[in-house]
Design a protein. Structure first.
Length: 239
């Protein structure tokens, strides 16, 4: 990794540091307060709170990727960094962010379960014609839940969202509100048409019928492909 690339990675990670710290400070504070109050009022019995940090990191990843386009790319271009260096450095930063967030979320969840004796009986429910599934994490649907499986799943989903919202941010930055909302409108119209024709529903039925852990490796690979496509938009981007 050459000096300019290292500098670009350092710049992006430094820019991400403040929202990262704020996000985790608020999340951990709320988590400790919730578990603590429930543990106190339950008088030492197993706490009834079901708490999972995966969904918040998905939202955080999507928002951060979109904001990074406006906050980092113009500054790096002004400092003389090439588009390729910016592209690679952002990809490395996003992958690191996804992995760290996933590891932190699931480590804190594991610690909370041990310290507060939390019993997680499930937060979400999916009902099909054959069976009803109750789960708190997608790992519960595919295999016996472990720290590793949860981290892999959260990393793949977070990076996929980072890639998707990064390319959306690039489209808005390069083509403005008209171009951005036009692309979003076409995408939404396609989804609505797919739902009306049953394509989307059939896809999710087939997906959950043969749901496996391999899907999340495929999702991570899809995120990488989407991120590679984003270079088409980035290569001619200007300040």
């Amino acid at each position: 990794m050459d000096g300019q690339l290292k500098g670009a990675v350092y710049f992006i990670l430094t820019d991400l540091k403040r929202p990262f710290v704020i996000f985790w400070t608020v999340l951990v504070s709320f988590m400790v307060l919730t578990y603590g109050l429930d543990y106190i009022f339950s008088k030492g019995d197993d706490t009834a709170v079901s708490y999972d940090l995966s969904f918040p990191i998905y939202i955080f990843s999507a928002v951060l990727a979109f904001v990074t386009v406006k906050n980092c790319i113009p500054c790096l271009i002004k400092m003389g960094s090439t588009r390729m260096n910016i592209f690679v450095s952002a990809g490395v930063s996003f992958l690191c962010l996804a992995m760290v967030n996933a590891a932190l979320a699931n480590t804190l969840t594991l610690i909370a379960e041990k310290v507060f004796k939390a019993t997680n009986n499930g937060i979400f429910t999916i009902t099909t014609e054959e069976k009803s599934y109750t789960f708190s994490h997608l790992a519960d649907l595919v295999l016996e839940t472990t720290w590793y499986s949860r981290v892999v799943i959260d990393t793949s989903i977070a990076f996929f969202l980072l890639a998707c919202f990064f390319i959306i941010g690039l489209i808005f930055y390069r083509f403005g509100y008209i171009g951005g909302f036009t692309i979003l409108g076409i995408t939404m119209a396609t989804l609505v048409f797919g739902i009306a024709k049953g394509w989307i529903l059939d896809f999710f039925i087939d997906l959950f019928t043969d749901f496996s852990f391999i899907f999340f490796y495929q999702l991570l690979l899809t995120g990488v492909v989407i991120y590679l496509i984003s270079y088409i938009v980035m290569r001619k981007i200007t300040i």
